[in-house]
Design a binder for this molecule. Sequence first.
Ligand code: MRU
Length: 352
Amino acid sequence: MVTAITWTNAETPSIRVIDQTLLPIEERYLELQTVPELVDAIKRLVIRGAPALGVAGAYGVALAKAQSDREGWDNQTFEDAVSSIRDARPTAVNLAWGVDQVMDASALGVDAVVERAAIIAREDEEANRQLSRFGADWLLQTIGKDRLRIVTHCNTGALATAGWGTAYGIIHELHQRGAVELVYADETRPLLQGSRLTAFELMKDGIPYVIEPDGAASSTILRGLADVAMIGADRIAANGDSANKIGSVALALAAKRAKIPFLVAAPFSTVDLETPHGQDIEIEERGDDEVLSFGACRAAPKDARAFNPAFDVTPHDLIAAIVTERGVTIPNSNPEDNSPIFFAANTREESQ
Ligand code: MRU
C-alpha cells in the first residue's frame, strides 16, 4: 500500500509526499520544507483527497512551527502561515479540521504537534478499515448477490487518505471476500484521478477493473451494468447532503432511477455538523486551463472561458447510505426534510 504523506525528522523537518500528479508514470517523492511549498502542493493536487488533506493540515501546523522556530517568526506570521494552509482548498472540511485538531499543541513545540498529527493519521487508517467492514457487510446484505459490479468516481484509496481508503476501502474489503466482479473506475476531472490513481491502486491490489469516461457512468448504471455506485466525500452536511468530486451527482441520479444503492463512504472527520445543508458548502472553482487544454496542448478556441467547479453536492435523498467508522446511516429520503440526520454519535471526537 502506498503511503501518501509522512513526516520526516531530517536536518530540516519536512512533510514527505508522493507526487500524485505524476503517478502512475513516475513514483516520485517530494520533501516539503516550508509552508508555501505545502500550500502549493495542496493547490496543485500533489497531495489530495479529503482525509489525506486532514493529515496534511495537521502536519502542516508542525511544518509551520518548525519554519517559525528556524526563521524567528512572530506570532502573527505563524498564524498567517497556518491560515494559508487551512484555506488552501475550501471544500474538504478535513483540511481545516486537521489544522484545528493540533493547533493547541503548537505551544508545546514541533514534536508535540507531530505526535498529535501521527495519531490523526493512524486513526484515519483505522477508521477507514472499520468503515470498509461496515460498508461491505451492508452492501452484501442489501444487494443479496455474491459478487458485485461497482461504479466508483475519483480516487478514494490509500493515496487519498492516511491509508486503506474509504469507498475504495470497501471495494478492497469486498475483493478480499471474493465479492468483486468488476469495478468501473470513472476517469475523473480535472487530473484523471480515476484513470491514473484509482486504476494504479486497483492494479496493485489485483482487483478487476475497467476505466470509463465520466460521461459514461450514468449510462453504465441505467443499462443495468452495475449493482452499486459508491463514492467518498469531501464534506457531509448535517442533513446528509454530500460534496464530492464533480460528476458524483450524476451517478446518484442514475442510481436512484435504476434502483441500485448509491453509497457515500467517509471517516467521521468529513462530517461537518456545523454546515446544515449542502447549499452551504463552498465549492472550489479551479483554473480555466484544466478544462481548456488537453494535456499540455490548448484544445479550446483562443478566447474560450471555462467553468471549472471541482466538486458537486449530492442531495441526501439520493443517498442510500452514508458509511463512517461509527456505522451505517440512512439519510432522510424526503428531499424537503433537511433536519440533521442522526449519525451514530452526533459529536466530533477529538484526537488525543
Ligand atoms: O480534487 P481531489 O482529488 O482532492 O478530490 C478528491 C475527491 O473528491 C475524493 O472523492 C474525496 O476527497 C474523498 S477521498 C477518500
